[in-house]
Design a protein around this ligand. Structure first.
Ligand SMILES: Nc1nc2c(ncn2[C@@H]2O[C@H](COP(=O)(O)OP(=O)(O)OP(=O)(O)O)[C@@H](O)[C@H]2O)c(=O)[nH]1
Ligand SMILES: [Mg+2]
Length: 469
């Protein structure tokens, strides 16, 4: 792994409008870098006092005033980026802000890249990488729960857990290195079983973090659900009920839906991306054919497929699902579909006179079956609970934090290294190999907080930020 070569020293001075474009009461321009004091003096005609709110004009030239507002100066390292920072709070109109920005640029600053202020905060050790990501997640959060969890990660809750785990691994490494250095005693040392015991404790500690991080990633990334099935089964009606609005057109004409239609819903804080699709059947209509092709490709990519069946017309359950997937118009589903991702929805229970019910899946090849009536909105709660359950989502426990898929990957890799270390120890008593596995485990953990990171990773993370952050 190449360690990041980015550095915060010898940086340019950067600037950006930090508030969104458009009209607003206040618009903020941020400037950070070594030229800030000079630029401040040029713009304000005096040297601002650190951490003092000056109400003053912003000058373009000796006499020309561009705007009037609050100037805040933060002297590095006591600032967000760790560098000298100037914040100008003026009026939030496009041209007035742009005029001030142009003047700041003429004075020697360049326009910041997306996330460049946060990147500098990271490079100057004001925050770690998980906290930097939490800033973007806080801004982008799609629910109260996501915002609260992002705030906890930003405050360092997630990083503290990772650091504690890293400390445990370092402790173990030190212990082990000592064993290797005193080779005569190595056998006794290892056979005492203390290292093995400690290794188990570390894995337990990691599993606990991994479980919490999974919840955190679900709050951020949620799940994708595709509703598929034959025409007129009630797919669009279900989308509308889940979304709580008349999003899709519903008629009793088979083949009503052609395009994919998606809605974002929120189940106790877990974002769910639900997609309604064209009914699957053999059609000569090229528009409908394209709709069916899109439906089948959406099915492939979904976390969960709700296979919707009109139960007044046919009975589909765990026993005949495989045969049902070979129905005309279902494409290659019978061959390609991972049945463990399918839930059968037997709709229109109001017409069959059966109660809404849920039958859990007995194993991966026997999907869960839900009887419901979209029309009477009965059984919808069974479905939403099922969606949460199959992602392992528990409505936010107090104290949850936000996490990303990247963090889960790093934790899983760390776990593999620890398991490998356990194997080396138990099977071969090979202290050197165990030490090597622990070193790798430590390194993967360091990717989460950015202790070990590549320029490519940093580039990927910060480029997804908004400008001015
Ligand atoms: N009685 C009853 N009718 C329903 C129920 N759900 C949907 N329907 C009716 O079934 C018909 C088809 O519903 P849609 O939601 O358009 O079905 P679809 O699966 O989207 O159909 P396509 O878009 O053609 O593939 C409409 O007349 C709905 O009102 C239900 O639970 N009970
Ligand atoms: Mg439809």
């Amino acid at each position: 792994m190449t360690i990041s070569t980015l550095s915060a020293s010898d940086s340019d001075t950067i600037c950006a409008i930090a508030t969104p474009p458009g009209r607003s009461g206040v618009g903020i321009i941020r400037v950070s870098g070594p030229a800030v004091t000079r630029i401040a003096n040029q713009l304000l005609h005096f040297n601002p006092k650190p951490r003092f709110a000056h109400y003053c004009p912003f000058f373009e030239s000796a006499e020309q005033i561009l705007d009037q507002g609050i100037a805040l100066f933060f002297q590095g390292p006591n600032s967000f980026t760790g560098e000298d920072v100037l914040e100008l709070q003026g009026h939030g109109g496009y041209f007035v802000l742009d005029n001030v920005l142009q003047t700041v640029m003429t004075a020697g600053a360049r326009l910041a890249r997306p996330g460049e202020f946060t990147e500098r905060a990271f490079l100057n050790n004001k925050i770690d990488l998980a906290q930097a990501e939490a800033i973007a997640d806080l801004i982008d959060s799609g629910s109260r729960e996501a915002a609260r969890s992002a705030m906890r990660t930003l405050q360092g809750e997630f990083s503290r857990l990772i650091e504690r785990l890293a400390e445990s691994i370092v402790h173990l490494r030190v212990y082990l290195e000592a064993a290797i250095d005193f080779t005569d005693e190595e056998i006794d040392f290892l056979s005492e079983g203390r290292i093995s015991e400690k290794l188990k404790e570390v894995i337990n500690q990691l599993d606990d973090i991994l479980a919490q991080a999974r919840q955190g990633a679900l709050i951020r990334e949620g799940m994708s659900v595709v509703i598929a099935g034959k025409p007129n089964a009630g797919k669009s009606s279900l989308l509308n009920v889940l979304a709580g609005k008349d999003s899709a057109i519903v008629t009793d004409i088979a083949g009503t839906t052609r395009d994919l239609l998606s809605e974002q819903i929120n189940l106790d804080g877990m974002p769910v991306h639900v997609t309604d699709t064209a009914g699957l059947r053999v059609s000569r209509d090229i528009v409908e054919q394209e709709g069916i092709r899109r439906a089948l490709s959406a099915v492939k990519a979904a976390d969960r497929i709700l296979l919707m069946v009109d139960s007044t017309k046919e009975t589909v359950d765990q026993h005949n699902l495989a045969a049902y997937l070979s129905s005309p118009g279902f494409g290659e589903l019978a061959q390609n579909l991972d049945i463990s991702r399918v839930t059968i929805i037997q709709n229109k229970a109001d017409l069959t006179g059966l109660d809404a019910s849920f039958t859990a899946s007995a194993n991966a090849s026997e999907p869960a079956v839900i009887k419901l009536s979209v029309k009477h909105k009965s059984g919808i709660g069974l479905l939403t609970q099922h969606l949460k359950d199959c992602m392992g989502f528990q409505a936010t426990r107090e104290g949850g934090f936000i996490a990303r898929r990247r963090h889960l990957d790093a934790l899983s890799k760390t776990r593999l290294c620890l398991l490998q270390a356990t194997f080396q120890l138990d099977q071969h008593g090979a202290a050197e190999l165990v030490a090597e596995d622990l070193r790798h485990a430590h390194q993967y953990l360091g990717e989460i907080t950015g202790q070990f990171s590549t320029d490519e990773l940093l580039g990927r993370i910060f480029s997804s930020f908004c400008i001015g952050k």
